[in-house]
Design a protein around this ligand. Structure first.
Ligand code: NAI
Length: 416
């Protein structure tokens, strides 16, 4: 078997980690049980470019239970859990990922999974799909799936200019993905990453959250819960207003730069913190990013402005400015929750990755019927996933009475 990982001897630790995550993924367990019976992915190669974590490992096992031949490479050079990669390889699933790999190795690994001529590709950030439309047009897939907001934005841009040549399921657009993974998952794990990298007490700090989308709302509310004084920076008027009514101060990045202690970017955009902001920041501020790419903080600009750089803790680097101020950057400006912590808890990846497994099934079931374009899984799947998850959290759904069904579908009752 072909693979490229850091150290096969780490497998035992990885197995424990995968099992622990698996215990907290009851929806995926249900999918796996059905997959074992029905084998809907039989014989199909599924190439995944996802964060190589214990939760992703459980997805790989689910795909294999469904009959697929899964392969995995990393969707970020800093998020790979080397022990998990080793455990998957020991279990016969090829992995091409090494934590901290350089850019050349990262792309070599992405090509390696594509070399296996996959029927379905699974992305977190559209790396595989982009290659299918550039250097690897030789590969014909049934379809692709996309995990994250940034990937979906890119694929929609490809659809809009007529470039997209495959059907793509936007897993991020499922309600049981973005309303939970982005909000609760990113909310908790981003602060987990910041805390592990810095060990700062959030209570009383001015925490600036740049971007108040699904992820930003989760981060802001959790920082608020820990006693931080949250400031939100937004460009969208409705989201900015929402932040204001959620009780946060809303201001420009430039205003926030002068008073923030900790800045967290989560916009999916580029250079939202840049030289003009670094110039206004106070000594000792901490910058972290939880948006998909490491371009939200202008690190090239920061490096150019600094007179010295040094690591001060694991996953924390200090930049000294010529006026003596120090600016600290967590996890190299990459996704802080994956670089400095373990990513989202399994409890929430349970739903995201159930949707991924079901998206692969959907593409294979609808083989040849889907035009190139962006698809969302049917809402019944959201309902099913949510109902199972609710049950595991001890909740029970109320049921509509027949009278209520009739009332909601009619219009005459209540009119004069
Ligand atoms: P979203 O589209 O719901 O929210 C992004 C927000 O940023 C929008 O409200 C937008 O108006 C705002 N924004 C854009 N440019 C801005 C600027 N210059 N200044 C201030 N605000 C700006 O997106 P979502 O789902 O919250 O995702 C955000 C990013 O996080 C994406 O890159 C996504 O891929 C990534 N993500 C990261 C995860 C993680 O594990 N860390 C998990 C899920 C998503």
């Amino acid at each position: 078997m072909n693979y490229d990982i850091a150290d096969p001897l780490l497998a035992e630790d990885g197995v424990r980690r995968i099992e622990w995550a698996g215990r907290r993924m009851p929806v995926l367990r249900t999918v796996r049980d059905r997959f074992l019976d029905e084998r809907p992915l039989e014989g199909h190669v599924v190439a995944a470019c996802l964060h190589v974590t214990a939760e992703t490992a459980n997805l790989m096992l689910a795909l294999r239970d469904g009959g697929a031949e899964p392969l995995l490479c990393a969707s970020n050079p800093l998020s790979t859990q080397d022990d998990v990669a080793a455990a998957l390889v020991a279990d016969g699933i090829p992995v091409f990922a090494i934590r901290g790999e350089d850019s050349d190795t990262y792309y070599k690994h992405i090509h390696a999974v594509l070399d296996h001529a996959p029927a379905v590709t699974m992305d977190d950030g559209a790396d595989l799909a982009t290659l299918l439309h550039t250097d690897r047009r030789d590969i014909e897939v049934i379809g692709s799936t996309e995990e994250t907001t940034t990937g979906v934005i890119r694929l929609r841009a490809m659809a809009a200019d007529g470039t997209l040549r495959v059907p793509v399921v936007a897993v991020n657009d499922s309600a049981t993905k973005h309303l939970f993974d982005n909000h609760y998952g990113t909310g908790q794990s981003t602060l987990d990453g910041v805390i592990r990298a810095t060990n700062v007490l959030l209570a009383g700090l001015n925490v600036v959250v740049v971007g108040y989308g699904d992820c930003g709302r989760g981060i802001a509310s959790r920082a608020d819960g820990l006693g931080a004084k949250v400031i939100v920076v937004e460009v969208d008027p409705v989201r900015a207003l929402t932040a204001a009514m959620d009780g946060f101060r809303v201001m420009t990045a430039s205003e926030a730069a002068a008073i923030g202690d900790l800045f967290i970017t989560v916009t999916g955009n580029k250079h939202v913190l840049r030289r003009e902001h670094f110039e206004r920041m106070r000594d000792g501020v901490i910058l972290a990013n939880s948006g998909h790419f490491d371009v939200e903080i202008d690190l090239v600009g920061l490096r150019a402005m600094s007179v010295a750089r040094r690591p001060v803790r694991a996953n924390l680097e200090e930049f000294e400015m010529n006026d003596g101020r120090r600016i600290l950057v967590a996890a190299e400006g990459r996704l802080v929750n994956l670089g400095a912590a373990e990513g989202h808890p399994a409890d929430v990846m349970d739903m995201s990755f159930s949707n991924q497994a079901l998206a692969a099934e959907y593409l294979i079931q609808n083989r040849g019927k889907l035009e190139p374009g962006i698809y969302t899984l049917p809402s019944e799947i959201d309902d099913r996933v949510a109902t199972i998850k609710l049950g595991h959290l001890g909740g029970t759904l109320e049921q509509l009475t027949e009278e209520q069904v009739a009332y909601l579908s009619g219009w005459q009752e209540g009119t004069a």
